[in-house]
Design a binder for this molecule. Structure first.
Ligand SMILES: *[C@@H]1O[C@H](CO)[C@@H](O)[C@H](O)[C@H]1NC(C)=O
Ligand SMILES: *[C@@H]1O[C@H](CO)[C@@H](O)[C@H](O)[C@H]1NC(C)=O
Ligand SMILES: *[C@@H]1O[C@H](CO)[C@@H](O)[C@H](O)[C@H]1NC(C)=O
Ligand SMILES: *[C@@H]1O[C@H](CO)[C@@H](O)[C@H](O)[C@H]1NC(C)=O
Length: 963
């Protein structure tokens, strides 16, 4: 529509301006004074593309871009518009131009002139047309332009330029290029002849545009798109002749203004990309000339406006991206001129009116992303012979066309994702010989691909058949049409039941997604003519065999390579290091052997490295420390054998997911890992790690609160995915879950020492697994801090002491394993622990008693005189017990106190240096006293006495201080 509008407009323009201007075949001799001025002007310019090559000889009226008056021979037209930014004039505008006193038409658009807009332009008193779009001129627009009383067309716009296909193109257009600025628009009010004013993409913020423009009663076209303008709250306006109004992209937050009702001649209205809301006023039903209306991407929340469906002149209607609700009005069938109808991304409901079938001119129909229901049949499309683009995705619609139906239209685009089309492959598509973009994903097809589909494949640019049950062999791919070679193809056949082998590796691809099928055999070599722009290769979840296809190493554009969950074998090829644009490489779950090649250190864009579950041996090469953008490193389940490299902590500072489990890693946990501030998933399980759990784990701030995940560069479609062990089983977690999943798994190593309290300040932890180590000591009572904990496994260690009561306050805890330790005493009851009543949780701890453990408690179990008991620890536990009874802020205090006690860094902040212990001690006592006061208020004297005893022990022996 936009194009056709422009065409009409341009031809109109020629009729108006061209009439009295001679053509090149006439033979009026040019005026020599003007000829010399033009030559001087030419001399000051650099014309590398020889645009002005015809500018020589005496007959200047015949020069390129020059037009002279038929009668008197004066130069009246200077059109220097370049069609292309790479072919433009560069340099200053010579003042000699002001000698062209008779100019009526001046177009300097799309050039690289320098300096500001000359004031002498205000002296061209015959000027009717002035176009300075992207002319390169800058500075404040001179108010002298207000002298151009005959000016009809003024274009100062600086928006993106469109190419023939209505695509925004830049061809060298530089957003930061010099452009004029407007400081005031008062001068516009004297342009009494102005009919066309385009100031789009010029900032008019805080500038009064309305009053000057309101003085122009003959204005026909007003374009203020993307000008940061607001609209006046007046009721009447002067510019009632307006037939085209564009206020798009201004973030205007308003209802539709009342003054719009004055513009009864309106043909073209664009309010796209604002915050217009409220009702569509009834007066819009009177805009009988309205040909084009765009209200898309606003905040309308009403029923679908019937008024607009009475405007029988409409050619283009875009209401998408609002919250219009209700059914599509039956009157739709009356809009017989309609060519484009976009109602997508609203909340439309109900069936689609059969009157749709009347719209014989309709080219584009977008109904996607609504709540429309019912079956679309042939009747809906009876007369739609011009339909070219049909978008129905994401509704509860079904398509039911007879298999013999010959569609009256030739589609170029069909988007019908999640529309019920199956179970058969839609036969009617056979007649669609121009199809370029086809999305039938998740449409219930469980057929094979028919042979005729190869015709469609020969011109397709974008094919998505994913999430169906399509079986049989893959079609043959011959992507060699000129459009395919030029634009590249996106091919998504993932999540189907395709079987057999991949006969040829398709060429000219941008995206290849064959994941989650039953494909087998070797991945074929290519004949070298592979698309140089291939970005995504996803062959995961198939049965491919053979070596990793090394010919892919030559396709340097690849950003995502996912070969996971296949049967690839052979060594990990070093040539993968060539793919320096890789952001994601996933080779997990194959049987790849050999070592990690140090060439992988060249993949400096890499965000995600998955080698999980292969047979890779050796160490982690030092070169991987160059992968500083790594977010995920999953090397689990291999045969890697070395100390855990300390540089992981120093160099890979964006790391969120580090999985080294089930290898043969040795040595201690390097303290440098504590520097990974984004780390939220750490698994070192099933290795031969020794030493203790570092206290500095308390510094892993990514485990305290969850922070935002970055999207992987251009890989927004990539869904990060790892196999997670939690709650006693393994599950695959994708990004949606992963981003909130905070976990430490150190199980099944030889880790010694006590469970550091520091771990208990990783408040975001959802899963903690330390089972199968040699940990001793008590379970810290402050384990109650870990309020997010869902899974806790401390089984098979040498932990002793009583089970802290505070475990019961972990309201999300749904998996607990404390078996095979030396815990004793009564199993705490209450709160969350009530639901964890499986006795195996506690088995192998002979000292435990009370339900759910079968042994009932006796005197000894209840009294605190168990052999080997640690006084201080258990008294602190009592403190926790009391907190259960105390009011909320008590818990808060103890929480802060606890934090200060245990997290060295915070303590340093609060107390300056550690030497300043005295104030530290004082604060401790004060805080404890505050607690005491609270309890006294409650009148629980007995508890108070017990409590004072606890505090005295703590303060006197300085037990908390030593930590
Ligand atoms: C103009 O050109 C036409 C032919 O194109 C010729 O007949 C006529 O004599 C010319 N007039 C002058 C003034 O040169
Ligand atoms: C001004 O020039 C630009 C670019 O050359 C063109 O797209 C636009 O239509 C012109 N404006 C008018 C009012 O003709
Ligand atoms: C409307 O235009 C006329 C003349 O062009 C002018 O005198 C008058 O002030 C304008 N009205 C408003 C409200 O600006
Ligand atoms: C629009 O304005 C209203 C009232 O001033 C305000 O509540 C609302 O948040 C605004 N909407 C937007 C998107 O700015």
């Amino acid at each position: 529509m936009k194009t056709s509008f422009l065409l009409i407009f341009t031809s109109l323009l020629f009729q108006i301006i061209g009439l009295s201007i001679i053509t090149a075949s006439s033979n009026v001799t040019c005026i020599q004074r003007e000829r010399r001025s033009l030559l001087v002007f030419k001399q000051t310019l650099t014309d590398t593309s020889n645009l002005l090559s015809t500018w020589s000889g005496v007959e200047c009226c015949h020069w390129q871009g020059i037009g002279c008056d038929r009668l008197n021979g004066h130069v009246v037209k200077l059109d220097l518009r370049s069609l292309n930014f790479s072919r433009r004039l560069v340099g200053k505008l010579s003042p000699s131009l002001q000698n062209l006193k008779h100019l009526r038409y001046l177009d300097l658009s799309v050039n690289q002139f320098s300096g500001s807009i000359p004031e002498f332009m205000g002296s061209f008193k015959h000027l009717e047309y002035l176009n300075l779009t992207h002319s390169g001129l800058s500075g404040v627009v001179p108010h002298h332009l207000g002298n151009l009383s005959r000016l009809q067309y003024l274009d100062l716009s600086h928006g993106p330029l469109m190419d023939d296909l209505d695509r925004r193109i830049s061809y060298g257009y530089d957003i930061g290029a010099p452009r004029p600025v407007i400081d005031d628009l008062g001068w516009v009010s004297s342009l009494r002849s102005l009919r066309h004013l385009d100031l789009s993409y010029m900032s008019l913020e805080h500038i009064d545009w309305f009053h000057p423009i309101n003085m122009l009663p003959s204005l026909l076209t007003l374009n203020l798109a993307s000008c940061d303008v607001n609209i006046p709250s007046v009721k009447v306006v002067n510019f009632t002749s307006l037939n085209s109004l564009d206020l798009s992209s201004n973030l205007i937050n308003s209802t539709i203004p009342v003054w719009l009702s004055n513009l009864t001649g309106l043909m073209h209205l664009n309010f796209e990309l604002n915050h217009f809301h409220g009702k569509i006023p009834d007066f819009m039903g009177m805009f009988s000339a309205l040909a084009s209306i765009d209200l898309s991407t606003n905040s309308f929340e009403t029923l679908m406006p019937d008024t607009l469906f009475n405007l029988s002149s409409l050619i283009h209607m875009d209401l998408s991206g609002n919250k219009f609700s209700g059914p599509i009005p039956v009157n739709l069938g009356l809009l017989l001129r309609l060519e484009d109808l976009a109602l997508g991304d609203n909340q439309l409901s109900g069936n689609i009116t059969l009157s749709l079938g009347e719209l014989s001119k309709l080219k584009t129909l977008d109904l996607s992303e609504n709540s429309l229901v019912g079956v679309l049949s042939q009747t809906h499309f009876t007369k739609l012979k011009n339909l070219n683009c049909l978008m129905l995705s994401d509704n509860s619609l079904a398509l039911n066309f007879s298999s013999r139906w010959r569609a009256p239209f030739q589609l170029q685009v069909l988007y019908a994702s999640s529309v019920n089309i199956g179970p058969q492959f839609p036969k009617w598509l056979q007649t669609q010989t121009n199809l370029q973009r086809l999305d039938l994903s998740n449409s219930g097809i469980s057929d094979t691909i028919p042979e005729w589909f190869e015709n469609i494949l020969s011109h397709i640019l974008d094919l998505d058949l994913s999430y169906n049950h399509i079986g049989g062999k893959l079609p043959r791919f011959h992507f060699k049409s000129s459009a395919q070679i030029l634009d590249g193809i996106s091919l998504k056949l993932n999540s189907n039941k395709f079987e057999g082998s991949l006969a040829n590796f398709p060429e000219n691809l941008l995206i290849l997604d064959l994941s989650d099928n039953l494909l087998s055999g070797h991945v074929p070599q290519t004949d070298g003519a592979m698309s140089p722009s291939l970005q995504v290769v996803n062959l995961s979840k198939n049965r491919f065999t053979g070596n990793i296809p090394v010919h892919l190493c030559n396709v340097l554009s690849i950003q995502l390579l996912d070969l996971s969950q296949n049967k690839f074998s052979g060594r990990l090829p070093g040539c993968l290091g060539n793919l320096t644009n890789l952001q994601v490489i996933n080779l997990a779950n194959n049987t790849i052997t050999g070592v990690v090649p140090s060439s992988l250190g060249s993949l400096i864009q890499l965000n995600s490295l998955h080698l999980h579950n292969n047979r890779i041996e050796g160490g982690i090469p030092l070169s991987l420390q160059n992968l500083t953008r790594l977010v995920t490193m999953d090397l689990g389940k291999n045969m890697l054998m070395c100390d855990i490299p300390f540089w992981i902590g120093e160099k890979l500072s964006d790391l969120r997911i580090l999985n080294l489990e089930s290898n043969k890693f040795t040595g201690k946990i390097p303290l440098q890992l504590c520097k990974l501030h984004a780390l939220q998933y750490l698994s070192l399980a099933h290795n031969n790690i020794i030493g203790t759990i570092p206290h500095c784990f308390g510094n892993l701030s990514g485990m305290i609160t969850s922070s935002n995940w970055i999207t992987f560069g251009s890989m927004q479609t990539y869904d990060e995915n790892i196999l997670v062990s939690t709650k006693g089983r393994q599950q695959s977690y994708t990004r949606t879950v992963l981003r909130f999943f905070i976990s430490i798994d150190l199980s099944n190593n030889n880790i010694v020492g006590e469970l550091p309290d520091a771990l208990m300040y990783l408040l975001g932890l959802k899963s903690l697994n330390l089972s199968g180590n040699l940990l001793k000591g008590h379970i810290p009572v402050i384990i109650g801090n870990l309020k997010q904990l869902e899974s806790l496994d401390l089984s098979m260690n040498n932990l002793s002491g009583r089970i802290p009561q505070s475990l019961g306050s972990l309201t999300f805890l749904s998996y607990l394993n404390l078996s095979f330790n030396d815990l004793y005493g009564r199993v705490p009851a209450g709160n969350q622990l009530q639901t964890l009543d499986d006795p195996t949780i506690y088995e192998g701890n002979n000292g435990l008693c009370g339900p759910p453990v079968l042994r009932s408690c006796n005197e000894d179990d209840v009294r605190d005189n168990h052999v080997g008991k640690n006084e201080g620890q258990d008294d602190t536990e009592d403190l926790w017990f009391y907190t259960g009874m105390g009011p909320g802020f008590f818990v808060g205090f103890v929480g802060l106190l606890g934090s200060l006690h245990f997290i060295t860094r915070w303590r340093l902040v609060y107390f300056g240096t550690l030497e300043n212990v005295y104030s530290w001690l004082t604060l401790s006592i004060l805080l404890n006293l505050a607690v005491v006061v609270t309890i006294v208020n409650m009148g629980e004297l007995e508890i108070l006495l017990e409590f004072i005893k606890v505090i005295t022990i703590n303060v006197v022996n300085g037990g908390w201080l030593k930590r």
